[in-house]
Design a protein around this ligand. Sequence first.
Ligand SMILES: Cc1ncc(COP(=O)(O)O)c(C=O)c1O
Length: 443
Amino acid sequence: MTDMSPATPNDLAAWWMPFTANRSFKAAPRLITSAKDMHYFTADGRKIIDSVAGLWCCNAGHQRDTIVAAIREQAGELDYAPPFQFGHPKAFRLATKIADLAPGDLDHVFFVNSGSEAVDTALKIALAYQNISGQGGRQRLIGRERGYHGVGFGGISVGGIVSNRKMFGLLLNGVDHLPHTYNREKQAFTRGEPDWGAHLADELERIVALHDPSTIAAVIVEPMAGSTGVLPPPKGYLQKLRAICDKYGLLLIFDEVISGFGRLGFAFAAERYGVTPDIICFAKGVTSGTVPMGGVIVRKHIHDAFMRGPDHMIELFHGYTYSAHPLACAAGLAALDLYEREHLFERARDLEPKFGNAFHALRDYPNVLDIRTIGLVAAIDLAPTEGSPGLRGMRAVEKAYYDAELLTRVAGDTLVVTPPLIVTEAQIEEIAAKVGRVIRLVE
Ligand SMILES: Cc1ncc(COP(=O)(O)O)c(C=O)c1O
């Protein structure tokens, strides 16, 4: 049976939902039907505060007038244009704006449609660059434990989440992993970057010694690991990684899919840390989550290395039908404009201390093992229920939604808060109070 009512579909079977416990969801569905600014509205008529910017993406909040208008206008003017051998003006304008936001000589932007595609594109560009630079032996890629780089084969290969990898075969050859940077005993209840852990970057020296630098193309890390429960980089860690990459000629890729566009108070985390990678991956916030888009920003010499050979030749055999889709470009231009006009990146930076205070105040709540805050990000580790890791976390998401009018997210038993950058001080307090209530409800 087909029900055309958008608010109350009565057949949930056909959509196999991503990263979802499909059977429990369909037994008690949480249906979101509209959104505005900091709130979602549900099929059963409730107003729920969005503490996670959708999925770390709606950085300007929901249904912002200028972004909505830009998408509408674009759909009525140019619905689609092929990106292979043709272009449309907004793609060039958006690329220029993004390159201007990026640090150093990260000057060239390759558009894709998601974070996963951005990561696979970055890895391919790194390998191809080494190849055309006469370093074809450099084929290894180095990721990090607890890293999340999306769900493409490249991304799960360099990623460090067992459940995302174990069912999908042998993955890419020649991948190694740095250790993750979290140690509860040394870092618990840190605000911002922990003091302990910079030495873990030296593990790259060990990996280089094991494989020989002549076999390694690139190192990819999230400046702040997000999806495995928010692991801010130890002070000095990224600087060390940069130095070791320089020493051995390895490209350094920052996956800024969630840290980009203001989450840590800067356009990119690279700026916060004063570390310029060779390649940046972005997605999510570039359109404030409104239209799928991602991309890769590369340093000038990497781009220029490809611009050789006969002019009529394609320089990089890579791209997607929807690369630089006109609706995404229109949304991206409007989102970047809004970020600038409302000073949202600076706003995140200014709010960071108050945001940190609000969530660190929960440290004596039941089952709280650690709280980490950085930028407009908070993670609260709850003790797992005996024998059922992840159960307390999932219950917290449900209790938040049904009993506290709060949309939140968990990574295992870690509650994660990453609100739109328009969040007010009063709403920070409101969200923290609701999170506190939820922690008690799942005691
Ligand atoms: C760091 C990082 N990289 C890549 C991705 C994948 O992005 P997408 O889901 O758009 O493919 C994510 C998604 O959360 C992410 O956090």
